[in-house]
Design a protein. Sequence first.
Length: 123
Amino acid sequence: MIVTKYENVRPIDVDGCLIYCVKDKTKPYVPVDVIDPVTKRYIRQGVNTNMVRLLREEHHRGGYIIVWSRSGWEWARNVVQALGLEKYVHEVKSKPIAYFDDTPVKKWMTDRVYIGPDEMYKR
């Protein structure tokens, strides 16, 4: 059994949050090449530099950083490595597909944090 002994847990999603699929390659974006765990080929993605910065800041504030993905732990790990975030991330795992709780998630987890790649973030 794994016991996480931290209260300040910060789960951060991969796809659409830390990285995103670039549809319009004529617009400027920060590229990153991530190894697909299935095909073993690199996939070029855009980096959401705002969320990467926020991940680092949350780590420095004492947050316990979990990076997860519905695409599985290997994809999440490969993204963390491609972004060079290993020293900021405590755990990598597959994103849960369901949760089992007597209280709806909206009652106990009311704060969703997301800063899009085209949004202004503090300087």
